[in-house]
Design a protein around this ligand. Structure first.
Ligand code: AHG
Ligand code: MN
Ligand code: MN
Ligand code: MN
Length: 335
């Protein structure tokens, strides 16, 4: 009989044996993310046929017009995560403040919090281009049984216990790490099962793809401009390709597989850039570092940044180690 891929569920059980997770709560948490990902995936695949495209008509705290799928995905992930009685709190791009979850019984012993971007790449929904979900998991730092506080969410990225993303693309994939490498699972929609398709994902130290919104070129600092000129130099080095999908999940996923650098630098009107530290940059920094790559704000390691606000933004340079270091070199040289 042809050897089949192992399922996400089988992988989690095996990992629990290998790494002896304490109470299996983290496994249950990943399982609940798996269910929510399948529900959102099904809706994404019906976009255009069901009333899930277009704007929801409200603005979120980011000053963005929420898309219907932003709100739908947010509701699905919150409901699924809360129903599993595993968490004590959730922070989301689509919610102004964090959500405190009191367990079914008063002595809530749940010890994990999740920070998430329920639908990443909203501008691509209506044009049928890949979108995603991003999540970051921490253990709470305040006493178990008390209400969560902002301290539980404003933790440095180095304290993440798990991070991952779902990409709703030509296929739906769930990619995550719990600190022992990165593994990718592809959904077989006919079976509704995620199978291990990309074991132990690694990003090459070098690559020849750079991803940036060049529409912002005039607003970049001199160091970023100099690095972009370096990327375009096809005389003294190998020609690079520019690839920018406009979905962080899709751009970084491609660079994970092919090598490359994703950049969202600070710009004049927004020196901290656009991407949010807690539920976009930290989770991808953890994943990319676990795959052998690097993630910085151009100077500092992303996962060492001390958060001060749930929705704070940071400049983001992420991907192949040598490419990120080259960009940092140009930025530091221009300071
Ligand atoms: P979100 O849809 O969750 O708000 O995130 C969008 C982000 C990211 O996915 C993407 O790389 C970036 O915004 C694109 O921004 P620009 O359109 O400014 O390039
Ligand atoms: Mn958004
Ligand atoms: Mn996003
Ligand atoms: Mn989003």
């Amino acid at each position: 009989m042809e050897q089949r891929h192992i399922t996400l569920g089988e992988f989690i059980i095996k990992r629990q044996e290998d790494f002896g997770y304490s109470s299996g709560e983290l496994s249950r948490l990943i399982n609940s993310i798996r269910l929510a990902a399948k529900i959102v995936s099904q809706k994404v695949n019906q976009a255009g046929l069901v009333d899930i495209t277009g704007s929801f008509g409200k603005e979120n705290i980011q000053g963005e017009v929420q898309q219907k799928l932003d709100v739908y995905a947010n509701d699905v992930f919150i409901e699924t995560l809360v129903n599993r009685d595993i968490l004590c709190g959730i922070g989301s791009e689509e919610n102004d403040d964090f959500i405190s979850i009191s367990g079914n019984d008063k002595s809530n012993t749940n010890k994990y919090v999740v920070l998430m971007d329920p639908l990443d790449g909203s501008s691509n929904i209506d044009v049928n281009v890949s979108v995603g979900t991003i999540f970051s998991i921490f253990r709470r730092v305040t006493p178990i049984g008390t209400p969560v506080t902002s301290e539980d969410f404003l933790q440095k990225g180095i304290h993440q216990v798990a991070a991952g993303y779902v990409i709703y693309g030509s296929s739906t994939m769930l990619v995550y790490t719990t600190g022992n490498g990165v593994n990718g699972f592809t959904l077989d929609p006919a079976l509704g099962t995620f199978f291990l398709s990309h074991p132990n994902m690694k990003i090459t130290d070098d690559g020849s793809i750079y991803s940036v919104n060049e529409g912002n070129y005039n607003q970049f600092c001199d160091g970023v401009k100099a690095y972009l000129e370096y990327c375009k130099d096809d005389v003294s080095k190998k020609q690079y390709s520019s690839r920018y999908i406009g979905s962080l999940v899709a751009d970084v996923h491609r660079n994970m597989l092919k090598g490359g650098i994703y950049m969202y630098p600070g710009i004049k009107k927004n020196p901290s850039g656009k991407l949010r530290l807690l539920y976009e940059c930290n989770p991808f920094a953890y994943i990319v570092e676990q795959a052998g790559g690097k993630a910085s704000d151009g100077v500092n390691r992303i996962m060492e940044i001390e958060p001060t606000d749930l929705h704070q933004r940071v400049p983001f340079f992420c991907g192949s180690k040598n490419m990120v270091e080259k960009a940092e070199e140009f930025i530091k040289a221009s300071k």
